[in-house]
Write a protein that binds this ligand. Structure first.
Ligand SMILES: *Cc1c(COP(=O)(O)O)cnc(C)c1O
Length: 390
């Protein structure tokens, strides 16, 4: 069989040869709007901290007060001795905001896995948008349900697929609300129609819609004026809320079931109290300032206009995620490196995160970005992109 490292090294060499080997930047000071990289301050256009809450003074002081009061961790699962007041208060807070019952998970990734594994099993069918996040794909696999990918945002094709096959005990449609690498939005009304017609449940992953879509940032249902269209939704606390963690929002029955059954809830340590306290404050800020979501999207529209004035077409959409396709992996990586040398941090996204041949620069806009910083990025990108992409 050979030594472990010999075998693994050949896999790494293969990634290298295909231009897909990844490495991490050493960030010295993180933040939604600016980061320090190799001693240099860069404007961060690659963070998911859309509302710039990770660094908010109120969030910081709430977290540090909780650290003094409770210490770093509650080193047990919620079910054993880790269920503190901060966890229940945070669930109440999110629940009041989402108008659903909430169960926290350690991450959004684990929330997707815990939800899908708990509600689907062998003999069930999950219909999943072909561009859904990897954590949904893993949740489908772990559930053992028969899984069918439907063409991106195509409710008609989905309906046709659901007319065939079966019988299944349960049928579940699952979609990203905002697609993480494309920045477009799921067609909620059309998906709900298909779900009703075919007797299916509809689940959305609101990782990039929470705090972003809807007049007050409550997500995709608010965006389309379709409260209650989702049977369940998954959220992350690591993006617009600026911390880390995840949750499932749904009925009291669903939440009760997940607390009993979701392996990624039962068999893992509760979220650290300082994190919960900081997140509670982040939700309080968002509740007091309901216009934040609309402001960040306005900012993204402004940047979209600046790009198009320079002949750069971001993929269509109306969210703070502006993807600019570079094509080959090497082109995206080189362009991102050129932007870094100009002081702009933009993520170069390669396969398998995105389909082959569609490597891209994924620009994400944050409430803290100034007009000058956005103009600067647009100009630097116009110079850094290979000419055929403009
Ligand atoms: C980031 C992301 C997740 C994972 O959330 P984490 O809290 O970072 O684990 C899940 N789904 C989508 C669509 C995401 O973009």
């Amino acid at each position: 069989m050979g030594r472990m490292d010999d075998s693994l090294a050949s896999e790494l060499a293969d990634l290298e040869a295909r231009g897909l080997r990844r490495s991490m930047l050493a960030i010295e000071r993180a933040g939604g709007t600016h980061v320090t990289l190799a001693g240099r301050r860069c404007v961060n256009f690659s963070s998911n901290d859309y509302l710039n809450l990770s660094d908010h003074p109120r969030v910081r002081s709430a977290a540090s007060r909780a650290l003094d009061l409770c210490g770093l961790g509650s080193p047990s699962s919620r079910m054993i001795s880790g269920n503190l007041g901060v966890h229940e208060a945070l669930e109440e807070m999110i629940g009041a905001w989402k108008r659903r019952r909430i169960v926290l998970f350690p991450t959004g990734y684990m929330a997707n896995i815990g939800l899908l594994d708990s509600i689907a099993d062998r003999g069930d069918a999950i219909y999943s948008d072909e561009l859904n996040h990897e954590s949904i794909i893993d949740g489908c696999r772990i559930s053992r349900a028969s899984t069918f990918k439907y063409p991106h945002r195509d409710a008609i094709a989905l309906d046709r697929m659901m007319a065939e096959g079966g019988p299944y005990r349960r049928r579940i449609i699952v979609t990203d609300a905002v697609f993480s690498m494309d920045g477009d939005v799921a067609p909620l009304a059309e998906l709900r129609d298909v779900a009703d017609r075919r007797g299916a449940w509809l689940v959305a992953d609101e990782a990039h819609s929470t705090g972003v879509l809807g007049a007050t940032g409550r997500g995709i249902e608010e965006e389309f004026g379709l409260e209650g269209a989702l049977d369940a939704s998954v959220g992350t606390l690591g993006k617009a809320l600026g911390g880390a963690g995840g949750y499932v929002a749904g009925s009291a029955t669903l939440v009760d079931l997940l607390r009993n059954k979701a392996r990624t809830f039962v068999y893992t340590t509760a979220l650290p109290p300082p994190l919960c306290a900081g997140l509670f404050e982040a939700f309080a800020i968002l509740t007091e300032n309901p216009g934040m979501a609309a402001q960040v999207r306005e900012k993204a529209r402004l940047l979209r206009g600046m790009l198009s004035a320079r002949g750069i077409a971001a993929l269509p959409g109306d969210t703070p995620i502006l993807p600019v396709v570079a094509g080959a992996s090497a082109a995206a990586v080189e362009c991102a490196a050129r932007l870094r040398s100009e002081g702009y941090l933009v993520a170069g996204i390669r396969p398998p995160t995105v389909p082959e041949g569609s490597a891209r620069l994924r620009i994400s806009v944050n409430l803290g970005h100034t007009r000058e910083e956005m103009e600067g990025l647009a100009s630097a990108l116009a110079k850094a992109l290979p000419p055929r992409n403009r």
